[in-house]
Design a protein around this ligand. Structure first.
Ligand SMILES: [Zn+2]
Ligand SMILES: [Zn+2]
Length: 248
């Protein structure tokens, strides 16, 4: 399975990542990605950047030697209603939004509370990707999550870093296998992201690919296998799943 792009990556602006945008862009191009996106942590995560960083994205060239470049954000879900830590200005300036739960921003809740947090975030018309819903510290009802993602035309992320044995997120492998089963059942799109915090990890989907193979997950539900998959997650207003499939 060839994965053509990586939209979940970080730069030094995140405060705990170690490469610049250009180091990332050049590397992504070098390894042959068709598109590359950076998604720095939104301001509520300790040590990350400020709102203006995202508001000024108009200065970023969106192409490098034929490779598309996207400027996104990994927003923090701040409460169990799914509210994010980004304001109206950022919504208009970023190319895509990944919404994630991080322990530095929100204490894990019950299954019901965590589900409410994700469903609330998905109801935000700008949110296209739910980041790493694979952490046992935030228990979930994966069947309901897969259903709700279809309903809200949102992609669920298969995060390569979560599968790294060093990951702080616990139980990811088992949780992702359950998630994949449910996504197959309901026709939910997934998107692979490396969550690279240094340029050398960009485009390295080795753990994710292995698991997709093990799960015999249908390739057509993996958005990164086709450049058209970008349409589902990159735009300002939500791209309806039915319309997306009609245009495929
Ligand atoms: Zn990070
Ligand atoms: Zn994250």
């Amino acid at each position: 399975m060839e994965l053509l792009y990586d939209l979940h990556t970080h730069t030094i602006a995140s405060g705990h990542a170690y490469s610049t945008i250009m180091e990332n862009v050049r590397f992504a191009h070098e390894i042959g990605l068709k598109a590359y996106g950076f998604s720095d942590h939104a301001p509520a995560l300790d040590g990350s950047t400020n709102e203006l960083y995202f508001v000024n994205f108009r200065v970023i060239p969106r192409e490098y030697k034929g490779m598309k470049v996207y400027a996104g954000v990994e927003a923090n879900i701040m409460d169990f209603d799914g509210n994010l830590d980004i304001g109206g200005k950022i919504y208009e300036r970023v190319d895509y939004i990944i919404a994630s739960l991080h322990t530095l921003c929100i204490e894990p809740g019950s299954v019901d509370e965590n589900m409410r947090a994700y469903i609330g975030a998905m109801s935000n018309p700008y949110v296209k990707i739910i980041g790493h819903p694979d952490d046992s510290r935030y228990p979930l009802d994966y069947e309901e999550l897969a259903k709700q993602a279809v309903k809200h035309s949102v992609a669920l992320e298969l995060n390569n870093s979560s599968l790294n044995p060093d990951s702080v997120r616990k139980g990811a492998r088992e949780n992702i296998l359950t998630l994949l089963k449910m996504c197959e059942k309901y026709g939910t799109y997934i998107i692979c992201g490396t969550d690279a915090h240094i340029y050398t990890d960009i485009g390295d989907f080795s753990f994710a690919k292995e698991l997709l193979k093990e799960a015999k997950f249908p390739e057509e539900l993996v958005l990164n296998t086709g450049i058209k998959g970008l349409k589902y997650v990159i735009n300002k207003n939500k791209y309806n799943k039915a319309v997306f499939e009609e245009e495929l």
